[in-house]
Design a protein around this ligand. Structure first.
Ligand code: ADP
Ligand code: MG
Length: 226
C-alpha cells in the first residue's frame, strides 16, 4: 500500500483552504460564545466551563500558528549549507525525553550524504512534524527508525514507526488541510510538510498498515531550482 500523497492541485486550492480555515476557527468560537451566553442566562458559577473555553482558545491559537508558518513569504528564505543527518539529530533531540518515557527506541541508519543548500528551518519543521506524529502513533512504545540515503542526485529520508498505522481512507486524506483523527490534532502538520517538500521540488510517499506502523519517505532532489 504505497500512494503518492502529494497533490499539488489540492494544496494550491487557496479557496478551499480559506474556507477550511474559516470553518475550523468558527467551530471553537461558536463553542466559546455559547458557553459565555449560558453563563449570563443561568447566572451559573463562573469557572465551571473555564477549562473548556481555554481549550477552544488554544485550538484557535494552534490553527493560527500553523497558518502563519505556511504563509511565511518565500522571499525570507535563508538558505544555508545543511547536513541532513545533523539536522535530524538536532530535531530528534527535542523528543528524547518523551520517547524514552514511552519506551520508544530510536534507531538511526544514516548514510554518508552530501551537504546541500536549503532553508534549514523549513526542513526542521518537516522532521519535527514527522517525529511528533510517530510519537503520537506509539502511545504504548515501539521503535522509530530514521534512515538517510543519497542516490541519483536525490536525498531520501525515511521515518518509520511501529505505531497504530492507518487505514487506506486515512492515507487518502493526508494532504487535506485540517484532516485529523486526533482529539487534540489540528490536521496541518502534514499539509505544511508536503508543501515545504514540494517547494524543494521533492515528494513524500507513505506506506502504512493498520496496527503495524507507518513509513514516510521524503525525497528531495539536490538540484532544486528555487
Ligand atoms: P495532526 O497530527 O494534528 O492530526 P497531521 O497533519 O500531522 O495532523 O496528521 C494528520 C493525520 O494523519 C493524523 O491525525 C493521523 O490520523 C495521520 N497520521 C499522520 N502520521 C501518522 C503516523 N505516523 N501514524 C499513524 N497515523 C498518522
Ligand atoms: Mg501532526
Amino acid at each position: 500500500l504505497e500512494k503518492e500523497i502529494f497533490h499539488s492541485e489540492k494544496l494550491n486550492a487557496i479557496g478551499q483552504m480559506a474556507a477550511g480555515i474559516a470553518h475550523e476557527i468558527r467551530n471553537p468560537l461558536t463553542t466559546i460564545k455559547g458557553f459565555l451566553e449560558l453563563e449570563n442566562d443561568n447566572n451559573s458559577s463562573a469557572g465551571v466551563y473555564k477549562p473548556l473555553l481555554i481549550n477552544e482558545i488554544e485550538r484557535i491559537n494552534s490553527i493560527l500558528n500553523s497558518m502563519l508558518s505556511i504563509s511565511k513569504p518565500k522571499v525570507s528564505n535563508k538558505v544555508v549549507k545543511t547536513n541532513i543527518n545533523q539536522l535530524l539529530d538536532e530535531t530528534i533531540l527535542l523528543f528524547v525525553n518523551v520517547l524514552k518515557n514511552k519506551d520508544i527506541t530510536v534507531i538511526k541508519k544514516f548514510s554518508k550524504i552530501p551537504e546541500f543548500y536549503v532553508n534549514d528551518d523549513y526542513l526542521r519543521q518537516v522532521f519535527f512534524n514527522m517525529f511528533q506524529n510517530a510519537n503520537e502513533a506509539m502511545e504504548s512504545g515501539g521503535s522509530l527508525t530514521i534512515k538517510t540515503s543519497f542516490e541519483d542526485d536525490q536525498f531520501c529520508i525515511s521515518i518509520s514507526d511501529t505505531g497504530i498505522g492507518m487505514e487506506q481512507h486515512v492515507v487518502n486524506q493526508l494532504a487535506t488541510p485540517f484532516f485529523t483523527t486526533k482529539e487534540q490534532g489540528n490536521g496541518l502538520g502534514l499539509m505544511i510538510s508536503y508543501r515545504i517538500i514540494q517547494d524543494l521540488g521533492g515528494e513524500i510517499k507513505v506506506q502504512s498498515e493498520k496496527n503495524k506502523g507507518t513509513t514516510f519517505n521524503i525525497y528531495i532532489p539536490t538540484k532544486a531550482d528555487n
